[in-house]
Write a protein that binds this ligand. Structure first.
Ligand code: ZN
Length: 284
């Protein structure tokens, strides 16, 4: 173990030693190739925007479906829990009904026993005492029957809830199955395209210099429509639609500088800029 550690440390030291002199040489990042012109940078940015907007579009098609499916799944679980709870309560009430039934049986048995004993008594006092016992058991039976009725009413009420919940559950389950199928279809249709586009987006992103990568990400994150790079359309910024002065439009068309909209900060390109894959392929 100790041996491995020592060699690891050695390796680390070697790595540092190799790395240190590198720092004095200016690092050549992929996005900072000398021959990448501003025009190419603008094209790459616009191309990246196009790819990312297409990804946005695909995700919009899916829209609320994933959320709707999630909501339905939660609802189904909730209903199943509720049905389970109600069923347990009904079972408990049924146990109580049974207990009352047994109580009544016991009281009836006692009444029968006392009635029989009354036939064999030797005096009035014993007879009266048994009559009182019989009356008492009769009252016990009445009370148990009253309780039983109450439990049965509760059972009925709960069963109404259970039936309704079961109906709701079936409906939700059917909705869920339909939505899930819909979502699966859309995903099957779009996933391949999306994966391909994500690959393209990553490649397009990688060739952009870090400073622009950061600006692009920040702009896209802030913009509701996900647009960080826009064209000049009808003399206006394609992102915020504020007018752009003619001189500035001319500067944009020359593609010698990266020009941002003074209102929304989006990168502006002229509508004629080509954004073929060739630009991207040449750059990677
Ligand atoms: Zn703007």
């Amino acid at each position: 173990m100790a041996k491995t550690k020592a060699s690891d440390t050695k390796k680390a030291v070697e790595a540092t030693a190799v790395e240190t002199p590198k720092k004095t040489v200016k690092p050549v990042a992929s996005g900072e190739k000398k021959d990448v012109s501003i025009e190419d940078k603008l094209r790459a940015l616009y191309r990246l925007q196009g790819i990312d907007s297409e990804i946005d579009r695909i995700r919009t098609i899916r829209g609320e479906l994933p959320l709707e499916v999630q909501d339905l799944e939660d609802e189904v679980v909730g209903l199943e829990t509720r049905i389970g709870n109600f069923s347990e309560e009904v079972n408990a009430l049924e146990d109580q009904v049974l207990a009352k039934k047994n109580q009544i049986k016991d009281a009836q048995a006692l009444i029968a026993k006392y009635t029989e004993q009354q036939g064999k008594v030797r005096n009035n006092r014993e007879y009266d005492s048994l009559t009182k016992e019989i009356e008492f058991q009769g009252l016990e039976i009445q009370l148990a029957e009253k309780k039983m009725k109450e439990f049965r009413v509760q059972i009925e009420q709960k069963n109404v809830f259970v039936d309704k919940a079961k109906n709701d559950l079936e409906e939700r389950k059917a909705d869920l199955a339909a939505k899930k199928a819909e979502l699966d279809d859309i995903i099957a249709e779009t996933q391949k395209d999306e994966d391909k586009l994500i690959g393209k987006s990553e490649a397009a992103y990688a060739i952009i210099e870090p400073r622009l990568q950061y600006a692009y990400k920040r702009l896209r994150g802030n913009a509701r429509n996900g647009l960080a790079v826009v064209t000049v359309t009808r003399d206006a910024c394609g992102g915020c639609f504020n007018q752009i002065p003619p001189q500035r439009q001319l500067d944009i068309r020359t593609r010698k500088k990266i020009i941002v909209c003074e209102y929304c900060g989006r990168v502006l390109v002229d509508a004629e800029i080509e954004t073929t894959d060739a630009v991207l392929e040449a750059a990677v």
